[in-house]
Design a protein around this ligand. Structure first.
Ligand SMILES: CC(C)(COP(=O)(O)OP(=O)(O)OC[C@H]1O[C@@H](n2cnc3c(N)ncnc32)[C@H](O)[C@@H]1OP(=O)(O)O)[C@@H](O)C(=O)NCCC(=O)NCCS
Length: 151
């Protein structure tokens, strides 16, 4: 498996990975627009094919994970951990001191992944996600002190 930084010219590939993990996923146009913004960067994980992606932003000492996706057939092999740690390392290189994300409180796979890296809950956004069935789910805001982890 290899990880590499990708730009807007590979937004289609990022979207193809994202759609295998989210319904609906983000379009290539949306991802491309996000990548135009200041401090935004993406990493792609590849085996023979693209298998994972992460999109982040690091501005003014703070970084944020905007989205993270691993295709179903490549899960539980440490890919999301590798993508998150690599993205955190890049955030630190960009002089960020802390990294934030939002995750649905019922997304146990993601919550456990982030906790295992050192993210801790810093807040709660009530009813943040609107599910297809009309149910609203809270988002946990999680924070990682980038100076406290070995990257
Ligand atoms: C969440 C997601 C990115 C995890 O990707 P992954 O590559 O399978 O994760 P990793 O293999 O790096 O797992 C690292 C750790 O996270 C936790 N974890 C990951 N998947 C888990 C699951 N299904 N159940 C419980 N814990 C899980 C475990 O602690 C795991 O360590 P272990 O395998 O040594 O037990 C992936 O399931 C996914 O794309 N889900 C859909 C999209 C999504 O929810 N993205 C995150 C939104 S914030």
């Amino acid at each position: 498996m290899t990880l590499r930084a990708v730009g807007r010219d590979e937004a289609e590939t990022l979207a193809a990975v994202h759609w295998q993990a989210f319904s609906p996923g983000w379009s290539a146009a949306e991802l491309s627009e996000l990548l135009e913004g200041p401090g935004t960067y993406a990493l792609l994980a590849e085996d023979a094919d693209p298998v994972g992606m992460i999109l982040c932003r690091a501005v003014a000492g703070e970084a944020e994970i905007l989205t993270l996706a691993v295709v179903p057939q490549a899960r539980r092999q440490g890919l999301a951990r590798a993508l998150t740690l690599a993205a955190a390392g890049l955030a630190r290189q960009a002089k960020a001191e802390e990294m934030f994300l939002e995750v649905a409180v019922d997304n146990l796979a993601a919550v456990r992944l982030y906790e295992s890296i050192g993210f801790r809950r810093a807040g709660l956004r009530r009813g943040y996600y609107d599910r297809d069935d009309g149910v609203r789910v809270d988002a946990a805001v999680m924070r990682l002190d980038l100076n406290s982890v070995a990257l």
